[in-house]
Design a protein around this ligand. Structure first.
Ligand SMILES: [Zn+2]
Ligand SMILES: [Zn+2]
Length: 354
């Protein structure tokens, strides 16, 4: 065995020891079978199973499980969360920045800029401040309140795109590309079908394209969320639900917005001939477009990219960082070794909504 092998084994071993010794998180928050838990306040944050009291960062499925006794969410997020929950769910709300005392823990919610109503959770107890980001982004999005930097001692951050390859173009340029693609498809007699997550991304897309180019049609899952956004006062251009009653002989003038799960389904056949596009941070990787048999990939994410992720972590002033929702191991190592922070992996269940 050569020297280099031994050295890498030792460093791997010490990393394992390091992680086993310190994970999972404990202190003001810990990880229970149901997810992130605050023992002092006796509540969970984004539990993946029903609990007594759930503080919910946002209404995406991997953060907002149904069936809990009581929910706390941002006032801006009430509409979307109610839509996702069972009828009659007990939902209490806080305006951004408003505080609530839960068993001696001071809780407040701060804009995360990810989707409508998304919030970071700030906890203050015993002179310590912890912040849990949920999903977040700093890029412009007029469908939700912009991200706010919150200083803290301990920062629990998602790192969905925590690798240096993930750098986002200016969203304005991405929308220009989408508009050009739509016009080109019209000239070629093809329907433009644009895929994006039905809650959040789809509404951001609809709010960002140029509606003077042609009519916008939506898959049912998207149109339902559009209605919730409009009820909340978000100004979206007119959209029409794709149904048999609204069927067109020729769809080539239209932009159709749909969740990616609709790709390749029978629902799609009516639009032939089509050009398909997908708006996601994952489109930064060329192979992802090819693997999904898409004609176009638009790099537009509701998470932050590598430079912004690092800038936010620096900006919080936190010395202890827990990372989750991504390439946790490599990102924690980067923060430890390159930034001299006390960074650890947080094992939480997650899904990547891009
Ligand atoms: Zn999300
Ligand atoms: Zn998520």
């Amino acid at each position: 065995m050569c020297y280099r092998d031994t050295a890498s084994q030792i460093s791997h071993l010490s990393l394992c020891l390091f992680h086993h010794r310190y994970s999972p998180v404990d202190g003001l928050l810990t990880v229970s079978d149901d997810g992130l838990y605050c023992p002092a306040g006796d509540f969970h944050i984004d539990p993946h199973r029903p609990v007594q009291r759930a503080v919910v960062t946002h209404a995406h499925g991997d953060h907002a499980a149904r069936g809990s006794e009581h929910y706390l969410t941002s006032a801006e997020g009430e509409g979307v969360l109610r839509h996702r929950m069972l009828d009659g769910a007990s939902i209490q709300t806080l305006s951004y920045g408003e505080t609530l005392d839960i068993n001696g823990v001071t809780v407040s919610l701060h804009p995360a800029g990810h989707i409508r109503g998304s919030a970071q959770v700030r906890l203050e107890h015993g002179g310590e401040v912890w912040v849990v980001t949920g999903d977040y982004k700093v890029a412009a999005d007029r469908t939700c309140t912009p991200f706010e930097l919150v200083e803290c001692d301990v920062f629990i951050t998602e790192c969905t795109f925590g690798l240096p390859i993930y750098r986002w173009p200016d969203p304005a340029d991405v929308f220009e590309k989408i508009n050009r693609w739509w016009k080109k498809n019209q000239e070629e007699g093809k329907t433009s079908v644009l895929f994006g997550y039905s809650l959040g991304k789809a509404q951001r897309l609809i709010a960002g394209v140029d509606p003077s180019i042609g009519p916008i049609y939506c898959h049912g899952a998207v149109q339902k969320m559009n209605a919730v956004y409009r009820e909340d006062g978000v100004d979206l251009p007119p959209t029409t639900y794709v149904s048999d009653e609204n069927a067109l002989d020729d769809w080539s003038e239209a932009l159709v917005v749909a969740p990616s799960s609709a790709g390749g389904s029978r629902w799609m056949q009516r639009f032939d001939p089509v050009s398909t596009g997908f708006a996601s941070g994952w489109m930064r990787i060329r192979g992802n477009k090819r693997r999904r048999s898409l004609d176009r990939g638009f790099v537009l994410s509701d998470h932050l990219d590598w430079p912004n992720l690092n800038a936010v972590i620096d900006g919080t002033g936190a010395e202890t960082i827990y990372v989750t929702h991504g390439n946790n191991d490599s990102f924690a190592r980067w923060l430890n070794e390159e930034k001299g922070l006390d960074a650890r992996e947080l094992p939480l269940r997650s899904q990547y909504d891009g």
